[in-house]
Design a protein around this ligand. Sequence first.
Ligand code: NOJ
Ligand code: NOJ
Length: 593
Amino acid sequence: MTDAYTQAMWSFACNQLQALSQTRMRVVLVSALSLCSTVLSPSLVDSYIAIEAPIAKAGILANIGPNGAYASAAAPGVVIASPSTHDPDYLYTWVRDASLVFKLLIDQYTTGQDPNLGQHIQDFIQSQTKLQQVSNPSGSVSTGGLGEPKFQVNETDFTGSWGRPQRDGPALRSTALITYANWSLNKTGASNVLKTLWPIIKLDLDYVAANWNQTGFDLWEEVDSSSFFTTAVQHRALRQGAALAAALGQDASTYAAQADNAFCFLQSYWNGHYMTANTGGDRSGIDSNTVLASIHTFDPAAGCDANTFQPCSDKALSNLKVYLDAFRSLYRTAPDATVPTGRYPEDEYMTAIGGTANPWYLCTAAVAEQLYGALIVWKKQSSLEVTDTSLAFFQQFDDSVKVGNYTTADETYGQLVGAIRLFAEDTLAVHANYTPANGALSEQFNRTTGAGVSAANLTWSYAAVLTAFSARAGNAPESWGAAGLKVPRVCKLQSGPMSSVTFTVNAETTFGESIYLTGSVVALEVWNPTTALPMSAADYPIWTLTVQVPASTDIQYKYIRKFGSSVIWESDPNNQFTSPAGGETVTLEDSWR
Ligand code: NOJ
Ligand code: NOJ
């Protein structure tokens, strides 16, 4: 870029100022920092976008078969994850990546931004129609095959061992196709949509409705449990599916009922500070999984609703700070500084150089995108709320801020919004700094040398910068029905028959200690000690709890002891039983081990 030296000098000086601004000298520095924002960030970010946006768009099209420069082996409409064929081999098509990419292309087409994408979209629909029918190691179309994460680019199955199934794919694909179906409905009417799109959308929705409460691998293909991103996008797909079904005169009741159930379960990932990304996995659970969930389920009509984890909700902002802090401490940056971010702090994938979790382009872009999304809503409602939950997030930008509601009439509103916008800009500036001169985005980058790491020209990286740029420009996505939702008071965790199990355990406790229950099914909080179910000690030392569980199912469980933040698990092995048939009851009598 021209004038690179001047940019670098400004960049250096402004970073120093940013670091200083964490101290008490902040007030003095505010004007200097705002000079930075005028001189440096907008110009740097604006010129980055001017150069990078067309490169990213071309990067996506180059990875779509068969005419994309890197995708001649791929069938029409098939999106390759990356052209790299070794270290790692990504010349496959993933349902998740392809669906996120086509959601962007469908948005660009249906909003008139790019009228040239029609044929690509038709090809995509044809390719997904085929892929749904390909029997694969996860099953056939009717026996679980829709949960298969990836296929060969010639539309045959991939038979190697892999983390399967992954249950976000059908949800993301139906969300992309429903966006297109809603648009087509206006153009061509219901009978055409019923014929062309509804059959494939319905297959995915039925899969999601029947399986959302089953465990599977997370979006990073590593942890087999329940996963926040997966539940969040499933919830969205079911809501949109119910609305489309109704518009087409189809039965929407199962989708609506399961959307409520998934929505209820979605709440259970919250631990008071952040969304624990997975119920399994033995990690902190701090993970860009959650930031991606927020941006991909953004519904501006829902305002700052926390239950749907909107970008400006107190929960999503608290979560974002915890996530940023994890990478700040990992990379030893100043406490409130911008930082490139990766998937999760414990990540070891492709870290031969550097030794700690590498930053990823799509994760860093997601941080900026969440903040731009929040800014869109604050602007729309002319106010911003600081709650106990989000206080620490806002204090990063003004350490004197207090809990309260600030409108555009309050000075604090302008200050916070200005500082947060600057932070989002600086996050994109970080992205720009680590982008090589030719604009090519790999999957990850080396935070010392800036060199690309892992798969080259990752299609998803390109899509991720484009959605972040779009949010920066203030483009609000279309609503998907998140506004005004009420979390059901009681979570019904599955659609099939339930039976009633009374768990009893004889356990002596010390003062302040209590007994909780968790286990292998959603009804038992899938081994999550934070949300484990509290038992009653009315008959001390017998602790009891009655739970509705899926009928005729093999279930494993354990009792745990909690005292403040300490958690003690019963010794191994897990307790195990088969639940009775639907409508029946049973009492289990255990002794603490
Ligand atoms: C390949 C997966 O795609 C990636 O997400 C994962 O981290 C590695 N395998 C290691 O399990
Ligand atoms: C590995 C990532 O972890 C996963 O999310 C992605 O789908 C594949 N690579 C393909 O890009």
